[in-house]
Write a protein that binds this ligand. Structure first.
Ligand code: PMP
Length: 427
């Protein structure tokens, strides 16, 4: 039977047939059947305004007609064969990305998921430098494969106890969890990087960073931070891999988040929003580094015509609709609304972000309660018709990462509902 009765039946089937670790949000999750623009609809037709966009995936909105028309057309014309043959869309996409990526990152290798792009980038760094070591930030998240999990700092995303065997070194992220002095935390992070490199610099292939940590709790490092990181790494011949999987394609108010920092990484990885729901990812590098991937290497589905045509349509849509600028403008409105709520509710400890990648940290003076209250808030907001995310080490940061087409009215409506729900959980 292909027609589920409701969410309870879907939950039962998940319990029976998915791996037990599989997560879902909400005590009573909606069964989603339709998406249109910034809205999602459940099996009973209830409408939700999507303020999470599947963790920064659906930047151009759900089932965007301009994009899906091109996807459907390509599905009917030529779905796929294998990347050993010539097709137009993937070469056009690579050419287009070369023009958009910062600096001389003009070579693109296509694959299918964020993890796979990061895995490829890490391998490339090893091949290029002839070294094995990696540096990463605490509370980072880079993927679900063996190597990407070993450079992931967040404990909850590290499943394999053999990960410790990889030569990976974590330095403190540039963020003061006590909110006393973020600049000092960033200086401390640089000092730790220098100390590590003095000892192990000759063994390190690359440092991998998210310009803004996503799952770590929406962390925006000080503007000087990545220039310092790059300079220190360069002096030891260590590459900088920038993971833009969550922050790329306009999300933070610039096409790539690292552009806020005036830094060009050696390798940049991208996924999620590039396909607006169709799987595609890539890692890009300059000629000299790309040349180090010196064996025939191809991905069965990487750069397939359907995904490539979709990605080209996504890039067109972002450009034609000014979504990068829109992310910045709407992000400012969102921050203003949330900062207003922070004035009223003492348990909102922090509001932070860039563009439409915004976090609101809750603090009830007890880490055990924080996560419970955050869940309660998300449940209430869902009932009011707003889907939000949560992240952070303590799972107490409400994440706002809506489609970039979100409107002023959507934000105002969300803020009204949020005030009521904050009152409900705070009382
Ligand atoms: N890097 C970052 C920053 C991510 O947010 C994610 C996914 N949440 C990944 C890598 C892994 O991407 P995927 O799930 O597509 O493998």
């Amino acid at each position: 039977n292909r027609c589920l009765q409701g969410p309870e039946q879907a939950l039962e089937l998940r319990k029976s047939y998915f791996y037990p670790c599989t997560q879902h949000f909400y005590k009573e999750p909606p069964l989603l059947v339709k998406g249109k623009g910034q809205y999602l609809f459940d099996h009973e037709g209830k409408r939700y305004t999507d303020f999470f966009a599947g963790v920064s995936v659906m930047s151009c909105g759900h089932s965007n007609e301009e994009i899906t028309a091109k996807t459907s057309h390509q599905l009917q014309e030529l779905q796929h064969t294998c990347t050993i043959y010539l097709t137009e869309a993937n070469v056009r996409l690579a050419e287009r990305l070369a023009g958009l990526l910062p600096g001389n990152l003009n070579r693109t290798f296509f694959c299918n998921s964020g993890s796979e792009a990061n895995e490829g980038a890490l391998l490339l760094a090893r091949l290029h430098t002839g070294r094995r070591g990696f540096i990463s930030l605490t509370q980072s998240l880079h993927g679900r494969t063996y190597l990407t999990m070993s450079v992931t700092g967040l404990a909850m995303w590290r499943a394999d106890r053999y990960l410790e065997e990889e030569p990976v070194y974590f330095i403190p992220r540039p963020f003061d969890d006590n909110h006393v002095d973020h600049e000092e935390a960033a200086r401390h992070s640089i000092a730790a990087l220098k100390t590590l490199l003095e000892l192990k610099g000759h063994e390190m292939a690359a440092m991998i960073i998210e310009p803004l940590q996503g799952n770590g709790g929406i962390i925006v490092p000080p503007l000087w931070y990545f220039k310092e990181v790059k300079a220190v790494l360069e002096s030891y011949g260590v590459l900088l891999i920038c993971d833009e999987i969550q922050s790329g394609f306009g999300r933070t108010g610039s096409l790539f988040a690292i552009q806020h920092y005036g830094v060009v990484p050696d390798i940049l990885t991208m996924a999620k929003a590039l396909g607006n729901g169709t799987p595609i990812s890539a890692f890009a590098a300059a000629d000299s580094i790309a040349a180090s991937l010196n064996r025939p290497s191809a991905s069965t589905f990487g750069g397939n015509p359907v995904s490539s045509v979709t990605a080209l349509a996504v890039l067109d849509y972002i450009q034609e609709n000014g979504l990068v600028e829109r992310a910045e403008q709407m992000g400012c409105l969102l921050l203003t609304e949330l900062n207003g709520l922070k004035e009223t509710f003492s348990f909102i400890r922090d509001v932070r972000g860039l563009g439409l990648m915004v976090g609101m940290e809750l603090d009830f003076d007890d880490p055990a309660i924080n996560a419970v209250k955050c869940d309660e808030l998300l449940e209430l907001m869902k009932n009011r018709g707003f889907l939000l995310g949560k992240n952070g080490v303590g799972r107490n940061v409400v994440a706002f990462q809506p489609p970039l087409i979100i409107t002023e009215q959507n934000i105002a409506d969300m803020a009204i509902a949020m005030k009521d729900c904050l009152l409900a959980i705070g009382g």
